[in-house]
Design a protein around this ligand. Structure first.
Ligand SMILES: *[C@@H]1O[C@H](CO)[C@@H](O)[C@H](O)[C@H]1NC(C)=O
Ligand SMILES: *[C@@H]1O[C@H](CO)[C@@H](O)[C@H](O)[C@H]1NC(C)=O
Ligand SMILES: *[C@@H]1O[C@H](CO)[C@@H](O)[C@H](O)[C@H]1NC(C)=O
Ligand SMILES: *[C@@H]1O[C@H](CO)[C@@H](O)[C@H](O)[C@H]1NC(C)=O
Ligand SMILES: *[C@@H]1O[C@H](CO)[C@@H](O)[C@H](O)[C@H]1NC(C)=O
Ligand SMILES: *[C@@H]1O[C@H](CO)[C@@H](O)[C@H](O)[C@H]1NC(C)=O
Length: 779
């Protein structure tokens, strides 16, 4: 009694002084409430989320597509004859609301527990991630499972129900749908499709061909029905069973809302009921249209078709595999959590939120041979650049999520690189630099020739860096051999253009074009270094040495010219016209004061190229540390705006030489994920002052949050850059005055082998230096 009234007093006081304390949800969350909870997230067209904001219970809102469009998904439970709603927020149904008790998520699962009178219902949404199995990873299906447990020690009777609407198949609810329910001895499936099928064409980001499949394993307690939403839901809440009938009055999605339902009789149980499972997916065939070297367009299928001849057979295996799939998912969750906790608890939480979203915009495809059989040697992964455009295989989007591929399975990364390599090598794309994307409308990977957006240094550097890191992780040099002349062409492009970049866009296209971006020049130098290593691996000693020499020379020039005059930080723009600047100091100070996140240095660590000296990392760490001390949400991308991208914050964290700085970056991104200001699938583009997300949502680039895991224990068998002898920089003696703040310990997660060349060039470079660049280095 005493403790209760004391608690009450404390609560009253708390809510008096902090009224917001009472506004959070009554349920618990572990580890936190994300902007939107992944429910079924496996492909660009199987992407269902529960919007959260400050916290929305499973039965207080509707599941939505990543665009925000509702995808009806309802759930009811009857306990000892009394009906409760546990999912969705439909009107007109005779029931009470179950009370959500808790929510928990892991990398692959979202789990809700709701109290319905004397029982607790556990609903788990599992979207598997199967990095080592192309068939399983290409399944566009997700699981929902339900288990009921007595919460009062007594035995109870329970029945559960769930339905989906036809909103799952279209972006326009006026569209006409057709459907059927199919039963066999193993599985009951509802199949729903548009009456007019249009391959390769989206409507409000939904694909216009294929069908949604809602399926359950056949059991004695299972019933199903197709019919109007309120009729079926009331049928269940009144009678507890469905009629195994189908409404065949095909109509528009919103016309007396047809729904597709299952009900299970769980019978009587004293502690815990059996678990019932259903699967939900969206399948189409063909899936992706792809331009071949001869200009013809190829129809490609999701990879699982190479093993199954019908969707029904694939679904039967998927459902039957549930127990094993759950074990694999738990093992994967545990591995990621253990690895990420080596960094921090915050980092483990951030990676757990990112996994399903990162893989949820990609599809693994296979082509057919002339005889109609599948060519399983021809595997290509296609990724949709969700929300920021609808482009196919945007190179910098793949690059952003690249750490995830390296961490999970680098071979999958190769399948994501191949379309860009094949298209570029075909000659259909005429530019010397790498292509930005393969088509502006997913799933049409039909090429751009010379049109479309260009990010010359960005994408060219990205491709070289990704190819080398793939080789380093797998030992497979086939890409280096097969695409040698293309890679060499790209390296030559960088050699001619990367040191002093012309005005162009980087990955951060929304910031517009900018002249002489230091961060781009850094990427260019690392790209050239990557080509040196690739040449080394393919036995071309001459090229290896020549590119190494260029890369080292570029790096030293970039450091000299791209460092602020006070030696405190890298600048936003390299100032090769420094001598001119000296005479126009007032004007040029505008440039010198600008700085940005030099996230492209990450690749230098990832590849072990070690082009840039520890002094640069230490300088940046100190600079970031000072700036981070005054922020809650990390640092802006650069001084032009207050916005940033979450994955670049994490890349900067990954190479920070201080755990304080690293943790501040991670903490800033996690704060964005947890602050309750968004209700869309996590958006990577955000305002670092307000802690609000900009327009991007559900982008695969959150795979970049795995940047620290890609560095952890990376089996980097790099050969190292061959030391050049010709290039030397003369520096005045540094008056090392390290900045305050987080700096300190050397970075190098790889603690790379000592690199005489770089040391000889730059070891004397220090903080707080004003130095003179020898004139011979000016272009
Ligand atoms: C990576 O995935 C491929 C399939 O693409 C698989 O053959 C391979 O075994 C996987 N690698 C590892 C280390 O599991
Ligand atoms: C939705 O579909 C209907 C029927 O086909 C059509 O008349 C209408 O223009 C569409 N609306 C939008 C916004 O595309
Ligand atoms: C429930 O079943 C009874 C017969 O068992 C029937 O009379 C009644 O109409 C049913 N109610 C609903 C809502 O289907
Ligand atoms: C299968 O695909 C591989 C890789 O694209 C290709 O080299 C091979 O020629 C293809 N096989 C046939 C029979 O077309
Ligand atoms: C890199 O190391 C791995 C593991 O030690 C090995 O399997 C692979 O062949 C090596 N790759 C190269 C390019 O030497
Ligand atoms: C590759 O690099 C290693 C280490 O620097 C060197 O010993 C070897 O000669 C190089 N091979 C070629 C072909 O450049």
């Amino acid at each position: 009694m005493f403790s209760r009234s004391l608690a009450f007093t404390l609560l009253s006081l708390l809510s008096f002084f902090f009224p917001f304390v009472a506004s959070g949800p009554a349920w618990t969350s572990d580890p936190f409430i994300p902007p939107a909870i992944p429910l079924a997230v496996r492909s660009p067209y199987l992407s269902a989320w529960l919007p959260q904001g400050q916290g929305t219970a499973l039965n207080a809102g509707w599941a939505t597509f990543w665009t925000g469009m509702i995808q009806g998904w309802a759930g009811y439970i009857k306990v000892d004859g009394k009906a409760y709603a546990f999912m969705g927020s439909a009107g007109g149904v005779t029931s009470e609301k179950a009370v959500q008790k808790s929510f928990q998520f892991t990398s692959t699962q979202s789990t809700f527990v709701l109290t319905a009178g004397p029982v607790d219902l556990t609903v788990t949404f599992l979207s598997p991630v199967e990095p080592d199995d192309l068939v399983k990873q290409s399944f566009p299906f997700s699981y929902m499972s339900m288990t009921v447990a007595s919460n009062d020690g007594a035995s109870h009777f329970a029945k559960v129900y769930t339905d989906i609407s036809a909103e799952w198949i279209t972006g326009n609810v006026s569209s006409l749908a057709t459907w059927k329910a199919t039963t066999d001895s193993n599985v009951v499936t509802h199949q729903i499709q548009l009456s007019t099928q249009v391959p390769y064409t989206e409507d409000h980001d939904k694909i216009q061909n294929g069908a949604a499949y809602f399926s359950a394993t056949q059991t004695s307690g299972l019933t199903y029905q197709i019919g109007q939403d309120v009729l079926l839901r009331n049928q269940f809440t009144a009678n507890g069973t469905l009629l195994n009938t189908q409404d065949t009055n095909f109509r528009a999605v919103q016309d007396e809302w047809p729904v597709f339902a299952f009900a299970w009789n769980l019978g009587k149980f004293s502690s815990t009921s059996a678990t019932v499972v259903c699967s939900l997916g969206h399948v189409r065939d063909p899936a992706v249209q792809y331009i071949k070297a001869d200009g013809s367009k190829q129809d490609r299928s999701l990879y699982f078709w190479s093993k199954y001849s019908t969707v029904a057979a694939a679904i039967a295996d998927f459902l039957q595999d549930y127990t094993n799939a759950l074990s694999r998912a738990k093992a994967l969750d545990a591995t990621i959590s253990t690895d990420a906790k080596k960094v921090s608890q915050d980092y483990a939480e951030l990676t757990a939120l990112s996994l399903r979203q990162a893989f949820g915009a990609s599809e693994i495809t296979v082509s057919k041979n002339a005889d109609g059989s599948f060519n399983t040697s021809d595997v290509l992964i296609f990724t949709k650049e969700t929300s920021s455009s609808a482009s196919v295989n945007t190179v910098d989007a793949i690059y952003s999520m690249w750490p995830l591929y390296l961490y999970m399975n680098a071979t999958m990364g190769k399948y994501a690189l191949l379309p860009g390599l094949e298209y570029s090598a075909s000659g259909l794309y005429k530019q010397q630099f790498a292509v930005h994307d393969l088509g502006s409308h997913y799933p049409q990977a039909t090429g751009l020739a010379n049109g479309g957006l260009t990010m010359p240094i960005e994408e060219t550097g990205n491709m070289l860096i990704m190819v080398l890191s793939y080789i380093q992780r797998t030992g497979d040099t086939s890409l280096a051999t097969q695409y040698h002349s293309l890679l060499d062409q790209w390296a030559q492009y960088l050699q001619s253009n990367a040191l002093n970049p012309t005005s162009q866009m980087s990955s951060d296209a929304f910031a517009g074009a900018l002249d002489k971006q230091t961060n781009l020049a850094i990427k260019g130098a690392i790209g050239i270094a990557a080509m040196s290593e690739i040449a080394n691996l393919t036995g071309d000693a001459t090229k290896a040495a020549q590119y190494a020499s260029t890369a080292v020379s570029f790096a030293s020039k970039i450091v000299s010219s791209g460092t602020s005059t006070d030696g405190q930080h890298l600048t936003l723009s390299v100032s090769f016209d420094r001598l001119v600047a000296a005479r126009h100091r007032k004007l040029m100070s505008l440039i010198f004061l600008h700085w940005g996140l030099a996230y492209n240095l990450y690749a230098d660590q990832l590849l072990g190229t070690n082009l840039f000296p520890d002094t640069v990392y230490n300088m940046q760490t100190s600079w970031y540390g000072n700036k981070l001390a005054n922020t809650q949400y990390g640092l802006p991308l650069d001084t032009r705006h207050t916005y940033s991208l979450t994955h670049w914050e994490i890349w900067a964290a990954a190479i920070a030489g201080s755990s304080t700085v690293r943790d501040s970056f991670i903490g800033g991104v996690l704060k964005l994920a947890t602050n309750g200001k968004s209700n869309k699938p996590f958006g990577d583009w955000y305002d670092t002052v307000a802690g609000t997300e900009n327009s991007f949502t559900a982008r695969p680039v959150v795979g970049g949050h795995f940047a620290l895991l890609a560095l952890q224990g990376a089996p980097l068998n790099t050969t190292g850059i061959v030391a050049p002898t010709s290039t030397q920089i003369t520096l005045t003696q540094p008056t090392a005055t390290p900045g305050a703040g987080g700096g300190g310990a050397p970075p190098s997660p790889q603690a790379a082998a000592s690199d005489a060349s770089r040391a000889s060039v730059l070891h004397s470079f220090g903080l707080g230096v004003v130095f003179i660049l020898s004139l011979s280095l000016l272009p």
